[in-house]
Ligand binder design. Structure first.
Ligand SMILES: Nc1ncnc2c1ncn2[C@@H]1O[C@H](COP(=O)(O)OP(=O)(O)OP(=O)(O)O)[C@@H](O)[C@H]1O
Ligand SMILES: [Mg+2]
Length: 209
């Protein structure tokens, strides 16, 4: 299973979601590879900040050739997660063509909702060649008990892509764990943040059935 985490907008939580999903999959016993397709190398930096044994492998591949190499690279892994960069269109296209499932993190802000237009266009373009491609929005940095937090799902209905029921709340543990090269489940297995990521994993499984 190849999961591309994409959004042309910067700072929406692509790397955060990629790392934390990878951690839950590997904790569940799967062999997981995280491909850092971002020339900024944020996931590689995350791995470098880590003192403990790695939970999963992280490699850098910031090239628009991922779709050509993915079959070779994915050999021996149950899950490959591609953390994509913002803005770079040829890389996004390559990551989309390499993936079975696209997750689009989106923040509950009108700017994010409008900006999602770009990635949806790329996905629709890819669907011409890849009819089995699946995609979904994952709402990230939801602020509890706010109107925008509730309305975002409705606002996203203008797009042809569904939104996951599971969403991720704005929580400081996401940034704190990243600073130590850890996933939230390693900092606190019972935290609400961990529960939210596990709920996203569960929904991925149901979505792919
Ligand atoms: N749910 C969350 N709660 C709190 N902080 C978060 C959350 N999600 C992401 N962040 C923080 O927001 C910042 C941006 O997140 P991240 O780097 O994952 O986004 P990105 O989409 O990968 O950015 P880029 O487009 O630059 O690659 C980081 O500092 C991260 O720790
Ligand atoms: Mg990133």
């Amino acid at each position: 299973m190849i999961i591309g985490v994409l959004n042309q907008k910067g700072g929406v939580g692509k790397t955060t979601l990629s790392i934390n999903l990878a951690a839950i999959f590997s904790r569940n016993g799967a062999r997981v590879l995280l491909i850092d397709a971002d020339p900024q190398g944020s996931a590689l930096d995350w791995a470098a900040a880590r003192n403990e044994e790695p939970l999963f492998s992280v490699i850098g591949l910031p090239r628009a050739t991922i779709h050509k190499e993915i079959n070779q690279i994915a050999k021996g892994y149950d899950y490959v997660i591609i953390d994509s960069p913002p803005r770079v269109t040829d890389l996004a296209r390559s990551a989309i063509m390499a993936s079975d499932l696209i997750l689009i993190p989106v923040q509950p802000s009108p700017y994010d909702i409008w900006a999602a237009d770009e990635i949806i266009k790329l996905i629709n373009e890819a669907l011409i060649y890849k009819q089995n491609l699946k995609s979904a929005f994952v709402i990230n940095r939801k602020i509890l008990n706010t109107a925008i937090g509730r309305d975002v799902r409705e606002a996203l209905e203008v797009y042809s892509v569904p939104s996951f029921k599971a969403s991720i709340t704005q929580r400081v543990i996401f940034a704190e764990s990243a600073a130590q090269g850890k996933a939230v489940c390693e900092i606190d297995e019972k935290s609400l943040a961990t529960k939210e990521i596990k709920a996203v994993v569960k929904e991925i499984m149901e979505f792919l059935k």
